[in-house]
Structures are given as structure tokens and as C-alpha cells.
Ligand binder design. Structure first.
Ligand code: MOS
Length: 736
């Protein structure tokens, strides 16, 4: 199905199943522990051996020698694979550094070997007996020190242009009566999902199956095939349940490759899970940024000049954190400038983490907007409303498909009681607590990508959907079932959903908050084709046929779907493909985050007291699942504001706090009452579902709202995240 003109009324608009706060259909298997994750596929792969990954002990240099003899002689050891005996390996399209290193080492804990043994304990014990001598080389580990050598990265579809200019920023900024010029920093962050990266690999002749935890099945198949130099047709990836990803499982990592290599060497299936320290230094992380923002405005508060420059680092050949991109779109202003600069760092590989770009970008921009509002003596909401735009500010002929930022801000202000906020900071006391409120805009683009599915109707009247779409805890199973049920006129319990297998048609996968809208659109397309097959078999014109209550009706005839299917059943396969509607219209999602904090007047301890998110993201396919996405995202935003930081050892080049004791994320006790409001809207330009995504929107701007609330509570502006109490302690107002 080609989607190239705005959607008209269709089966989804009935809203009998779609748009309802349905419980997860995968809830029972998850809560009873019968949903088996990658490491738990004992039934499919009995007798798997265990692989233990050895990570490099240096950040940069070479392996001088590797002595495997003691390890090979250890009890239970079946094979040890290193770059020397692995055979020829190519680098995948989605990795910057090799997944199996040697002799060159690109970063700390880059995998250098996998030890395969009968039991996990034997593999782990033998791994300790591998003796590796390294020759260390000097590395670059400090972003601040490397900023001067940072360069414009190559333009790409994901990262955009390294430099953008509209009008005359320098002139307009110099002439502006009110100016702000501030620099912020955000730290390296880890996805820190619950489930480790894990895979079981099995070879049958030259065909390879990997049960793994991966967000993007088709990308993964391509990269496994390319790395091993085998045809894609010979690779099957299976990933029906994933215990969190946040971008850390977008790409094939060392667990999958080393399970495959270990299985080939040991001639039996091999399972590999990365330990928590390896998850942090072996895989990817969100890169740290430094961001300079300049805003010039007229005295009435209208922005005349806005500039955002961002610096980040990555391994040679890596990618930038594109923190400036939302500043091209979010606010009006005739004179504009953005610049992205990338330094070479020899730290572990940087890559996408939930809302890459916007999450750290808004941590800076939305604090700058708060600072500028204060300079202008304007309410921060009024300042944002004044500078709203309904068109792409760089290309005024290009409108937004929908843009409800003002309504999000106003709805939120009303519900949160924003009028009770004291505009003068440090004035509100509640016992020992200094209390403050903060607001920030939320923004994240809506990305369109093709997505396909296969559907089958059987003689019980059950529709089975198959697509390689993944569910990373987001609710994909449920919204896909809702889509099929709505389109075919069936109750939810007459739909079965099978996901996460490369044997099924390729979907959009789970990334960039595009999963929900695109994958359900693909399922809708396949179901529309199934309707044609049903009508065709019964001799109905499909345009005259209606599908409801498990029946298909045309004129005087009504036939149960089960009967229409016949003994053989009926099946159809189709997908959604997009024209250029996303070029004609800017498609984005919007929101407003409100946060109230208390800051202990003596100790500087920060407690979040209340949170509210108002989101405008097209049709909300399942308000319960969407709310779960948003409250999870808000929680992650609090982590970004107050806790999360990978501490860089700048001498030896690794992340020191490589476990969940040292890498802090919010726990239940850190999170107060959270409210989520979805504006009631549909976007006919986004897809036949008229939906967008919320999984990343829900996090964008949260940290800035927390930072702004801390400022309102204390009068202290912290421009380097995370905002920990040591950054407040010396500056707290004197206690009377
Ligand atoms: Mo997302 S960072 O594209 O999983």
C-alpha cells in the first residue's frame, strides 16, 4: 500500500478496538515467566554450550601476545575463538569498531576472545586463565580537551547537515537588545536496560540461526551476513521478547557474533550473555556533549537570532550526537545558525540512545529558553508561546502537518497549577524544603519507514499476524493485534501476533519512536489485502463489503469470516510504503513537561515531587500502553537530570562505574506522582493509522524541566548534568 496522500476515513477510524486502553496481550506470558527471552531458549536449542566473552584490558594499542594454553586445558573447555582463528570477518554496516578485535584494540573491553565450555562456570574460570600481553598506545579520552580538534561530521540521513545558516545570525545577535550566551554539558550515559545483550547461535550446515535480543531484525540479519561473509538467506534472527533496549539493541553486538563463531568452532549451539560491565564498555552508549546556545531577542520577547552549536566525540569513523537538530525547528526567529562538531575519542563506541539528539539537545535548549525568559521578565510559557511557529522556520513554505505545542503548554499549565509558581527563585519554602516548578517543551520528529506483514485467516475465524517487528516492552504485540482486529472486524481474542523473526516480512522495527505508527500501518495494509481476498472468494465487491462482529456482509448476504476462510484458510501479505508527504510537511510530535521539586535547604538533596506530561502525537493507538511508555520515559528523564553519568577514567580510557551499583538510575522511591495527558488528535498526514510515536517524546525535555524547577526552587543554575547535590551545596541560600 502506497501512502502518498493524506488519509481519509478508513476502518481504523471505527475505534472499536483501536484507541482503547487495552491490557497487554503478552501480559500473561510475561508475568508468569513463560515468555522466554534470548538466553532462555532451552527448548529450541537443547545442549547449548556457554561462551564467555573476554574484553580488552586496554583502551588503545595492540595485543602483543595471547597465551591460550592453560585455558584450553581447563575442564570443560570446547573451543576458544580469537581474531586469529575466527576466519575472515568484515565490519558490519552498523558498527564503528570491530566486534572481535585483534591485534589492534580500538576501545576498552572490545571483545578479544570467546571461551566456550560445557558450563558457564567452566567458561568463566577458563577465561581467567587466558594470558594477554598488550602494547599500550596513547588514547584520547577527554571531550573537553579534544573539542579544539573537532571537525564537521559527514552529512547523513540521520544526523543531517553539520552546518546550517539562515539569514545573518552574527549581525542579528549583536544587534539584539537582550542576549543570552550559555554553554551546557551532558555526560556519557548508558542504556542500562534490564536484560543483558544475549544470544544463542546454532549452525545447521551453512545455515545460522541466532535467538537474540535485537530491536531491528532486518538490519541485524544484514550485519551478521556481512560480518561472516555468508548470504543473508542463510541467516535467521529470532527475537520475540526483549527486556529493554533503548537503542542499545538496535545493532548486532559481540554476543551474537561470538555465539555464532563459538558455535562454529565448538560444533554445537552456543549461548552468550554479556556481563553488566561488558554491556557498559563493550557495547554502545549515549555520547557526552558540550552545547553552546546563543539567543537574541527584542525587548518584547520575540527571538531575532538563535544559534546552537554541539560538540561530541566518537571513535574514528563514528557519528556525532546530533544535539542541535531540534533547534532548527522548535522556535521562530529569522536569523539562525547550527553547527555540529565531532571529535575523535578512543572511548567505547557512541551511538543512539532513547531520543538520540533531542534528549541531550533539549537538556540545553529548554534551559536556555528558561534563562532567556527570565532575562526578558517573561513567564517561560508565555515566552515559548510568543515564539511558536507553524512552519519550518528554515523553509517557511513547508508547514507542520500538526503542531500543538501551545495547547500542550496551556493544558499543562492549567492542570499542574502553574499559576501557583513564584517567578522569583528561592522564595518558596515547605519546612526544610525549597520548592520550585519548572517547565520545558518536548519535541521529537515523526519518522516514516516502510513496514510489511503477513496475515492469515483460518477456519476458526482467527487471524494470525506475522511480521519481524519487535516488542521491546513497548506494547507492539497489543497495538498490532488491535490493528488487525479493527481492520478485520474481529474481537481482540481472535487475533494472534507473531513477532521478531526474520522468517516473517520485514518491518520498521523498534527505533526512533517510529515503531508503533509504521508497524501498525504495515499490518493495516496487509489486512486490507486480506479483506480483498475474503471478498474475492465470496464474490463480493470489496468496496461493498463490511467487516464487523466476525462477519463479512454485502447487500443481503452475511458470512462468518471462519466460513469464508474455508478449510485452506486465506492469507495476504503487504506493507506500507511512503511517498514524499514527509518532505512536503514537517512531521513532529510535541509535548510539555511540568515538574515540581523540593531541594533540602541544608543538604541540597533534590526530590522530584510531582510530574506532568502533556503529549500531542497524533492518534494514540492504546492509551494504556502509551501512558506506560511516557511514564517510563519521564522516569528516564529524571535519571538524566539527577543521576545518570558514566564516569570517564581519563588516564586509562574507560567508564568506571560499569555496574548498576555505580551507574545510578531512578528507583521507585525516587519517582513521585506522574500524570500523563494526551491531546485528542489524529494526523492524517502521518499514515493510515493517523498516529505518531510517544516513546521518545515522553523523555524529551524532562531533564530540562527538572533543571528549571531546581533553579526556581534555589536560584542556582547548574549547566552541567547530572544535577547532583554537590553542585548545589556551596551555593544554597543561607538558612535563617
Ligand atoms: Mo532508539 S535510540 O532509535 O531505540
Amino acid at each position: 500500500m502506497k501512502f502518498d496522500t493524506p488519509a481519509t476515513t478508513n476502518a481504523i477510524d471505527q475505534l472499536k478496538v483501536i484507541g482503547r486502553p487495552t491490557d497487554r496481550i503478552d501480559g500473561p506470558v510475561k508475568t508468569t515467566g513463560s515468555a522466554r527471552y534470548a538466553y532462555e531458549r532451552h527448548a529450541e536449542v537443547p545442549g547449548a554450550a556457554y561462551g564467555y566473552v573476554i574484553g580488552a584490558g586496554i583502551a588503545k594499542g595492540r595485543i602483543a601476545s595471547m597465551d591460550l594454553r592453560a585455558a584450553q586445558a581447563a575442564p570443560g573447555v570446547l573451543a576458544i575463538v580469537t581474531a586469529r582463528n575466527a576466519g575472515k570477518l568484515a565490519k558490519g554496516d552498523f558498527n564503528t569498531a570491530k566486534l572481535l578485535a585483534g591485534p589492534e584494540i580500538d576501545h576498552y573491553h572490545q571483545a578479544v576472545a570467546v571461551v566456550v565450555a560445557q558450563s558457564f562456570e567452566q567458561a568463566r574460570a577458563a577465561a581467567q586463565l587466558v594470558r594477554i600481553e598488550y602494547t599500550r598506545a596513547a588514547g584520547r579520552f577527554d571531550l573537553a580537551a579534544e573539542m579544539a580538534s573537532a571537525k564537521p561530521p559527514k552529512a547523513s540521513a540521520f544526523s543531517g547537515e553539520p552546518d546550517t545558516r539562515v539569514g545573518d545570525f552574527a549581525g542579528a545577535f549583536a544587534a539584539a537588545p537582550v542576549q543570552l550566551d550559555v554553554t551546557y554539558s551532558t555526560p556519557d550515559e548508558s542504556h542500562a536496560m534490564m536484560e543483558p545483550h544475549a544470544s544463542i547461535a546454532q549452525w545447521q550446515g551453512d545455515r545460522l540461526t541466532i535467538w537474540t535480543a535485537n530491536q531491528m531484525i532486518a538490519w541485524g540479519v544484514g550485519d551478521v551476513a556481512k560480518t561472516l561473509g555468508i548470504p543473508k538467506e542463510n541467516v535467521r534472527l529470532v527475537s520475540p521478547f526483549i527486556g529493554g533496549g533503548f537503542g542499545g539493541k538496535l545493532f548486532v553486538r559481540a554476543d551474537a557474533l561470538l555465539a555464532a563463531l563459538g558455535a562454529r568452532a565448538a560444533r554445537r549451539p552456543v549461548k552468550v550473555a554479556l556481563t553488566r560491565p561488558l554491556m557498559i564498555n563493550n557495547t554502545t552508549h549515549r555520547p557526552a556533549t558540550v552545547q553552546r546556545i546563543r539567543i537574541g531577542a527584542a525587548r518584547d520577547g520575540r527571538i531575532t537570532a538563535i544559534a546552537h552549536e554541539g560538540w561530541s566525540g566518537d571513535l574514528e569513523g563514528g557519528q556525532p550526537e546530533t544535539a542541535v537538530n531540534q533547534t532548527r525547528l522548535l522556535y521562530a526567529g529569522a536569523n539562525r545558525l547550527t553547527a555540529t562538531r565531532l571529535a575523535v575519542l578512543d572511548l567505547p563506541e557512541g551511538n543512539a540512545m532513547r531520543a538520540p539528539g533531542e534528549a541531550p539537545g533539549l537538556m540545553a535548549l529548554e534551559v536556555a529558553m528558561d534563562e532567556m525568559a527570565e532575562k526578558l521578565a517573561l513567564d517561560p510559557i508565555a515566552f515559548r508561546v510568543l515564539n511558536d511557529t507553524q512552519v519550518d522556520p528554515e523553509k517557511p513554505e513547508r508547514p507542520y502537518s500538526q503542531r500543538s505545542l501551545i495547547e500542550c503548554l496551556r493544558t499543562g499549565a492549567e492542570r499542574f497549577g502553574w499559576n501557583r509558581r513564584n517567578a522569583s527563585p528561592g522564595q518558596q519554602r515547605d519546612g526544610r524544603w525549597l520548592v520550585g516548578m519548572g517547565v520545558a517543551a518536548a519535541f521529537r520528529n515523526n519518522l516514516l519507514t516502510k513496514s510489511a506483514a503477513r496475515v492469515r485467516l483460518d477456519n476458526r475465524g482467527v487471524v494470525t499476524v506475522e511480521t519481524d517487528m519487535t516488542d521491546i516492552g513497548t506494547g507492539s504485540y497489543t497495538i498490532i493485534a488491535q490493528t488487525a482486529a479493527e481492520t478485520m472486524g474481529l474481537p481482540l481474542d481472535k487475533v494472534q501476533v507473531r513477532l521478531g523473526d526474520s522468517a516473517y516480512p520485514a518491518s520498521a522495527g523498534s527505533g526512533g519512536q517510529w515503531g508503533a505508527n509504521n508497524s501498525t500501518s504495515g499490518v493495516f495494509a496487509a489486512c486490507m489485502k486480506l479483506r480483498e481476498a475474503v471478498a474475492g472468494k465470496l464474490g463480493f465487491a470489496v468496496a461493498d463489503a463490511s467487516f464487523a462482529d466476525g462477519m463479512v456482509r454485502a447487500g443481503e448476504r452475511a458470512v462468518p469470516l471462519a466460513e469464508a476462510a474455508g478449510a485452506e484458510g486465506l492469507s495476504a501479505e503487504d506493507g506500507i510504503e511512503y511517498g514524499d508527504l514527509d518532505k512536503k510537511y514537517q512531521q513532529s510530535t510535541f509535548g510539555a513537561h511540568f515538574v515540581e521539586v523540593g531541594v533540602d535547604a541544608v543538604t541540597g538533596e533534590i526530590r522530584v515531587r510531582r510530574m506532568l506530561a502533556v503529549c500531542a502525537a497524533g492518534r494514540i493507538l492504546n492509551p494504556k500502553a502509551a501512558r506506560s511508555q511516557v511514564i517510563g520515559a519521564m522516569t528516564m528523564g529524571v535519571g538524566g537530570a539527577l543521576m545518570e553519568e558514566l564516569a570517564v577514567d581519563k588516564r586509562h580510557g574507560f567508564f568506571v562505574n560499569h555496574d548498576l551499583a555505580g551507574y545510578e538510575v531512578p528507583v521507585h522511591a525516587d519517582i513521585p506522582h506522574q500524570d500523563v495527558v494526551f491531546l485528542d488528535e489524529t494526523d492524517p498526514i502521518s499514515s493510515p493509522m493517523k498516529a505518531k510515536g510517544v516513546g521518545e517524546l515522553g523523555m524529551c525535555g524532562v531533564a530540562a524541566a527538572v533543571a528549571n524547577a531546581v533553579y526556581n526552587a534555589t536560584g542556582i543554575r547548574v549547566r552541567s548534568y547530572p544535577i547532583t547535590l554537590d553542585k548545589l551545596l556551596d551555593r544554597l541560600p543561607p538558612v535563617a
